[in-house]
Design a protein around this ligand. Structure first.
Ligand SMILES: C[S@@+](CC[C@H](N)C(=O)[O-])C[C@H]1O[C@@H](n2cnc3c(N)ncnc32)[C@H](O)[C@@H]1O
Length: 205
């Protein structure tokens, strides 16, 4: 069976379902970035990919700057955002909180300032390739393995922000020595390693 073409999808029924029944600010990704009842941090998603995580964060009320360095993935994401914006209503309102930049975050992050940096670099390949979702396989075929992910994490930790949230497979150790994280949020297949910086400033709505 041929694979579906890779697109950034913000308008299908499954995305709507996740928006309505995905757990809101109780879901792990929301806790990872520090979204609370009256707190909507400004977030840089430095590994935008197809914008799934960025869209969830924007749907919860945060303003999200998405950085993607692959020209192909950036263009797919820009196209998905444009189509979603044209739908109007709540979907367009969510997209209006998302700003997409084509750049290498390792170069751009040191020039930016935000509350939270969110990172979801390419995870180590799973041994059972049938378990890897088709979308992720197609993405990997385009962008490769992110061999500089440790440099990206270190750059984020040195950047002007209060918190870095790193999404990583639950059972995999980080590939290289990094500072110990402040705490972890453990999910079934993924976990979030949270690094809180000392000069905490919060944005309330
Ligand atoms: C696992 S995907 C992210 C998936 C995304 N969280 C989502 O929900 O769709 C990782 C993406 O980060 C991008 N990336 C990796 N390192 C980057 C960097 N230094 N700067 C910008 N983008 C980067 C890759 O090109 C890839 O598209």
């Amino acid at each position: 069976m041929s694979e579906k073409p890779l697109i950034a999808d913000f308008i299908s029924s499954s995305v709507n379902y996740r928006q309505n029944f995905g757990g809101g600010r109780k879901q792990d990704i929301a806790k990872a970035v520090g979204i609370k009842s009256r707190i909507r941090p400004n977030i840089i998603d430095a590994t935008a990919g197809l914008g799934r995580d960025g869209f969830i964060l924007a749907s919860l009320g945060s303003h999200v700057t998405l950085i993607e360095r692959s020209q192909i993935i950036h263009d797919l994401l820009a196209d998905g955002m444009r189509r979603a914006s044209n739908v109007g209503g709540r979907t367009a309102e969510i997209i209006s909180r998302m700003k997409l930049i084509h750049a290498d975050a390792i170069e751009l992050l040191p020039t930016l300032s935000t509350n939270v940096i969110y990172l979801d670099p390419m995870h180590p390949p799973r041994r059972k390739s049938s378990l890897v979702k088709s979308k992720m396989r197609q993405l990997r075929a385009i962008v490769g393995e992110d061999p500089d992910q440790i440099e990206l994490i270190k750059t984020a930790l040195q950047s002007d922000c209060n918190r870095v949230a790193l999404k990583w497979p639950s059972k995999s150790p980080l590939p290289n020595p990094l500072p110990k994280c402040s705490h972890q949020i453990l999910g079934g297949t993924v976990r979030f390693d949270i690094f809180i910086k000392s000069n905490v400033k919060k944005i309330s709505i």
